[in-house]
Design a binder for this molecule. Structure first.
Ligand code: PBG
Length: 328
């Protein structure tokens, strides 16, 4: 007997496939992470992230103008300071690299893009942890919250519109929200890295921010095997006032992303991290994979699982491909 049901009909030509496509990505749903480094005069390449550089305070202007022209939704700024100390003083110094960069980027593209900043101490501490340490060398949750509150006020004051709380401290969303509200920053929004896993895929990022991490982050980031706990963290953050919740990394955590998307009543974003970038770039450089198709497929997969927007180092390039119609 011949098949009565023929799903292939809807795949028979490009026009039909386009008409039934379930998942799309728009440039506005992409966010470009950007590194700005103190004390360099030329942009510096990051060996493990081919195509990505550490910007100077000057070259970042051009980078964000290009990002705005490509129509991406926003930029997420990371600072790479020259000097680090135990409490990450550079994070709250108004002249610190991240805060200076934020002011510049806000003036350059603040009307066109959502200017976002990483709110975490790891780039600024000499031990490389996301918080301050207690006398026993453990990350002190509640003392860290005080630092995050101060960071939030400085970042908001310099023009960040969306604070990326990536430190995984308990109570960080409620604490930062209260500090912002008390200071009158009522419109400064919070992007909570809610389900952030202790991942090997942050490897190249460590080079990008010249991290000096001693030990690991397993006492505050999630165990990669824990699915329910990722959803729980997102629910807690929404309860505490998060405007957007995030799952990170993205590609290996699509089940968590789908669960969070189903349970959340705020937008859900995902971060396609440095290691996800490096793997595709490395395979493509060897001629083992079709670079453009692999990049597009990786981001479509993240969207399909439930991400409303995606932080990706390919944001501008992918946005241009979408605009040119070479990918859908
Ligand atoms: C913390 C932070 C990290 C990343 C983004 N924010 C590093 C970490 O938690 O170890 C990693 C992003 C990436 O790998 O692309 N400031």
């Amino acid at each position: 007997m011949l098949p009565r049901v023929r799903p292939r009909r809807l795949r028979s030509n490009a026009a039909m496939r386009r008409a039934v496509a379930e998942t799309h990505v728009n440039p506005s749903q992409l966010v470009l992470p950007i590194f700005v480094r103190e004390g360099i005069s030329e942009p510096a390449p990051i060996a493990s992230m081919p195509g990505v550089v550490q910007h100077t305070l000057d070259s970042v202007r051009r980078a964000v103008t290009d990002a705005a022209e490509s129509g991406v939704g926003g930029v997420m700024l990371f600072g790479v300071p020259e000097v680090r100390d135990a409490i990450g003083s550079g994070a709250t110094d108004p002249h610190g690299i991240l805060n200076q960069a934020t002011r510049i980027v806000h003036h350059e593209v603040g009307d066109a893009l959502v200017v976002q900043t990483d709110l975490c101490l790891d780039e600024f501490t000499d031990h490389g942890h996301c918080g301050v340490l207690d006398p026993d060398g453990r990350v002190d949750n509640d003392a860290t919250l005080e630092r995050y509150r101060d960071m939030a006020l400085v970042q908001a004051g310099h023009g960040s519109q969306l604070l990326g709380l990536s430190g995984m401290m308990d109570g960080q969303v409620a604490s930062v929200r209260e500090a912002l509200d008390d200071a009158g920053f009522l419109d400064t929004a919070i992007l909570a890295y809610s389900a952030k896993y202790a991942s090997a895929y942050y490897g190249p990022f460590r080079e990008a921010v010249a991290s000096t991490l001693q030990g690991d982050r397993r006492s505050y980031q999630l165990d990669p095997g824990n699915r329910r706990e990722g959803v729980r963290e997102a629910m807690i953050d929404i309860e505490e006032g998060a405007d957007i919740v995030m799952v990170k990394p993205a590609g290996n955590y699509l089940d968590v992303l789908a669960d969070v998307a189903a349970a959340s009543d705020v937008p859900v974003w995902a971060y396609q991290v440095s290691g996800e970038y490096a793997m595709i770039e490395a395979a493509a450089a060897n001629g083992w994979i079709d670079r453009q198709r692999a990049i597009h497929e990786s981001v479509i997969g993240i969207r399909r699982a439930g991400a409303d927007a995606v932080l990706t180092y390919w944001a501008v390039e992918l946005a241009d491909w979408i605009t040119e119609g070479v990918v859908a």
